[in-house]
Design a protein. Structure first.
Length: 359
């Protein structure tokens, strides 16, 4: 381990100890990393947080095969991520919040780039981020792990980029749920896939939508049969420059049936999406002693919490809910014409993607 945190006069370095596992350069004045960084084959953590002068990363980062965590938070001058060529199969956490990166790293566009842990991409306050490359939607079947993608305060994010994020999250949810449903494992109670980005509308393909924080969907009979794998939830939340302590803001929902260390300020209105699998729901029912007939009516209430209680300064303006079935299909129920057309376009896109991937 080498710790050079806060060395404000430290501009460049030549390291010869290639057995380093943890390298902390946070708060230093370095402007770039030397290409010799590729020789650190045992490096697990590279911390470059708040390196205000850092404006360049070498394209040899993919040589760091043991790297699990890359922290670039607060590197204000960093405007691009290197176009790496090889997989970084052990990478679990990539933090880009507070950088000037304009395009999501292509590191996400290839199978095998994230290890079978819970990968996290944090792009909070990347004020220059506009696009997410289209191949992001072409998720490969091998990527069957939970994921979190954070795009809060990315106000320049284009409409097509938001669609790609939604498509990516939906595909990843489908593959994870299918795999866990087949193998009957992963009985955790966390959402499998979560994402958030600036916006003011629940995606059109959610079959049940409502204004406010409460949703009362009528479900089709026998909805829990025939390939049902989980549910999709969405909430549109408005913020009054709410400050988040320890980065632990959550959007939670409660369903009733009839049978980090720093503060973050989130601006404007954001869309939150999450997916969870049927095994979680079934486990909850068993723990509560709810067995027998499957309910066809429910009341779902959304609220924003910060780990200690409800956040009253944050308002859930809209919410959405959908049942999710194998291979990404959604339940057939009465919808408005606009929503139905939107969902048909979504399903057509999924079919094209599956053909491209030869699934």
């Amino acid at each position: 381990t080498l710790i050079l945190s806060g060395c404000s006069n430290f501009i460049n370095f030549k390291l010869v100890y290639e057995n380093l596992e943890f390298l902390h350069l946070d708060g230093s004045a370095i402007e770039s990393l030397p290409r010799t960084i590729q020789n650190f084959q045992k490096l697990v953590l590279l911390n470059l947080k708040d390196c205000k002068m850092l404006d360049f990363l070498p394209d040899c980062l993919d040589k760091l095969k043991a790297l699990k965590e890359l922290i670039l938070s607060g590197c204000e001058k960093l405007s691009s991520f290197p176009d790496i060529k090889e997989n970084m199969e052990n990478l679990e956490i990539l933090l880009l919040d507070g950088t000037s990166v304009k395009e999501l790293p292509k590191i996400l566009l290839h199978s095998g780039n994230f290890k079978d842990q819970a990968p996290c991409l944090d792009a909070h306050a990347c004020s220059s981020l506009k696009t997410v490359a289209s191949p992001l939607a072409l998720l490969m079947p091998t990527q069957q792990v939970p994921s979190s993608f954070i795009f809060t305060n990315c106000e320049k994010l284009e409409h097509d980029a938001k669609n790609d994020i939604i498509c990516y999250a939906h595909n990843k949810r489908r593959m994870i749920a299918d795999a866990l449903n087949r193998h009957n494992k992963g009985l955790d109670f966390e959402a499998l896939v979560t994402t958030c980005f600036p916006g003011c509308e629940v995606p059109a393909w959610f079959s049940h939508k409502a204004s406010g924080a409460v949703l009362d969907p009528e479900l089709p009979r026998h909805w829990s049969e025939s390939g049902f794998v989980g549910i999709a939830l969405s909430a549109v939340v408005s913020f009054q420059d709410h400050k988040i302590q320890n980065n632990n803001l959550q959007v939670k929902c409660r369903c009733l049936s009839e049978t980090g260390d720093e503060q973050r300020t989130i601006k404007s209105t954001h869309v939150f999406m999450g997916y969870t699998k049927w095994l979680n729901i079934n486990r909850y029912q068993e723990e509560d002693g709810e067995k027998g007939c499957v309910p066809t009516k429910a009341s779902i209430e959304f609220e924003v919490t910060d780990g200690s209680g409800k956040v009253t300064s944050c308002e859930v303006q809209k919410c959405g809910f959908s049942l999710v079935y194998e291979s990404g299909s959604w339940e057939a129920s009465s919808r408005t014409e606009d929503v139905e057309q939107g969902e048909n376009r979504w399903l057509d896109l999924l079919r094209r993607i599956r053909r491209l991937l030869k699934l």
